[in-house]
Design a protein around this ligand. Sequence first.
Ligand SMILES: Nc1ncnc2c1ncn2[C@@H]1O[C@H](COP(=O)(O)OP(=O)(O)O)[C@@H](O)[C@H]1O
Ligand SMILES: [Mg+2]
Length: 268
Amino acid sequence: MRRIAIINQKGGVGKTTTAVNLGAGLCLLGEKMLLIDMDPQAHLTYSVGVKAHELTKTLYHVLKRDASISDTIIERPIDVYLPFVKHSKISSSFHILPSSLDLSGADLEFGGIAGREFLLKEMLDGISDFDYVFIDCPPSLGLLTLNALTAVDEVYIPLQTEFLALQGISKLLETIEIVRKRLNHNIKLTGIIGTRFDARKRLNREVVDRIKEYFGDRFFRTLIRENISLAEAPGFGKTIYEYKPDSYGSRDYFALSKDVSKRNKKTL
Ligand SMILES: Nc1ncnc2c1ncn2[C@@H]1O[C@H](COP(=O)(O)OP(=O)(O)O)[C@@H](O)[C@H]1O
Ligand SMILES: [Mg+2]
């Protein structure tokens, strides 16, 4: 089971869009996928069409030990026709562990508990039915993000390919390093994903060159282009493959899904 946290304390860089569409892409490639929504705003949950405010059990109840992970996970069917792949009609499903607004008080509510950084890890250690677990992190480096970082072996960072993309990154890398030393020796930054790329802008190309220089092979060569369909799909509760299967967004995230499934973390 590969466990990967998708993290960047900056908001709006494409964490949730990546969790949903890279997750769904791997699912369409035949991988058993669990998406964990760690953000109290529950964007991931709503993005795939699950109404967080109507749920009686969410990640909050799991962390509180009021519900088990397996009772809280929701199965989300996905049926698509992808015009650019050979066996283009695919029916499958992925799973989500939904979030809810209750989680917004997590820092205060769980802050005083011994082992507060391991609440998610302990629950995740009890399941093994998936090939991949993605954790969509909130835009902060608080207790919820720490819980994500102790529960995974790998970290992916989406970077918006624009001016200031690397600003704040040293703080994030420092946090990962502290977690590696004190809480989780296994954690490794294994992927950098360039998002919202616009090839017409020279600045975007320059930023990509800088990210490449800085991160080397960890930077995925497949770039996610700026694409309006990616911004529209969540409003319909759909992944990009369901909403606009022939869009750039669909093609880019599917290509990235193949990159991820090919990448062997041991080689990094
Ligand atoms: N490649 C893209 N092209 C166009 N819009 C995008 C793209 N990626 C993300 N967006 C939009 O940008 C906003 C922020 O993306 P999101 O994935 O929610 O970021 P984060 O989770 O990091 O805050 C959302 O409205 C999303 O739909
Ligand atoms: Mg988000």
